[in-house]
Design a protein around this ligand. Sequence first.
Ligand code: LLP
Length: 424
Amino acid sequence: MTQKSTLTHPGHLMIGQLTATELVERFGTPLYVMDEKMIRNQMQLFKRVFVHPKLASEVIYASKAFLTLAMCNLVEQEGLSLDVVSGGELYTAYKAGFPMERIYFHGNNKSAQELAMAIELGCGTIVLDNPFELQLLLPLLDKPQRVLLRVNPGIDAHTHEYIATTKHDSKFGLSTADPATLTLIQQLSDEPLIRFMGLHAHIGSQIFEADSYRKEAETLLRFIRNHQLNIVELNLGGGFGIAYTEQDHPLTLSEFLPSLLDHIADQIEALKLNPIKIMIEPGRSIVANAGTTLYTIATTKTTVNGKNYVFVDGSMADHIRTALYGAHYTAVVANRIDVTPAVHYTVTGKACESGDIIIKDAYLPACQSGDILAVLSTGAYHYTMSSNYNRLPRPAVVFVSDNEARIVVRRETYEDLIRNDLGV
Ligand code: LLP
């Protein structure tokens, strides 16, 4: 489906070359809109800057941030590899025709069925999280399988507790301080059908500190040297933070990533290690800023204590990050972006929860019924974390490319909501 825009519209938020208003007229609200060009540009940026003359490198897109069949196609076309963490993500990639050899199957609790599916489909690399997964994997193998092991280097990356992953009591991976980790590495190296390639770690998400990544790399390289491990790949995970509001100051990737590789190349030389390929797994930083959620404003309410609410036609079911992490967002009234903000609103929606808050404090022009509220930077962990709470149908997802828009996930219907219900 396509749509052409011929006019420019002062005062209107543009996504690509289309106004938010015309997208809403055409596709309704709530609506997830993804700027396809921005996604492609971000992927190209990663591919361009994550290179080093002395190191092989690879960029793997972490699909948990945003995954649909159409997204798989973009990842494929831009030449990135793909990180999946479940049978469902793997199935999506498979149905999109994504090259299986470019898939990394993560997850801290993969089932026997998921592993069997991965092997049957020819999934390139399995990233094991614990010895139990190895026991599940071994009987499935009849040919060599590339494997990485997730380890936990004990780095505190100073992010929200729920998205920090490598403190010592984390549920993810095996600690580099635990002797059992070395035992498992030895076993992996000895297994005839396991091609043990190396280590994987992920220190958390929405990280702003370059130093956390340097420490992660140093810790892992020293671990490899101290134990004389025969390792040829090192996957440092994702986590690169993005700006949701003016208070967020993300790393400049075009400077940070080459400098990280420089640092790693120096370390490898200083520690006299054999060549190691370095991988990263960005999710949020590829899709977050490309996404906008559009809502229609129903009405406003001022409480007796003077608190201002604006009610939109979505909810925590399509926007969970504020309720879950206390996340902050920027919003604009998309049909009047030239009007000066005048009122502090709490943006809330339709869900039957006081915690149904989309933005705690949004400074906006006085809102009117029928206005379009655009919540910015919602491309990561919004569609993928959406639910049907209160039997609210999930919004459609639209890709915009220049002056064209196409639905990549259709809006759920009430019929979709009862599709799996039985026992009438
Ligand atoms: N690799 C691994 C092994 C991961 O666990 C993750 C994220 C990533 C890569 C990608 O991280 P990113 O570049 O997107 O930060 N739902 C939370 C984020 C959870 C991230 C979980 N793992 C949120 O909305 O903030």
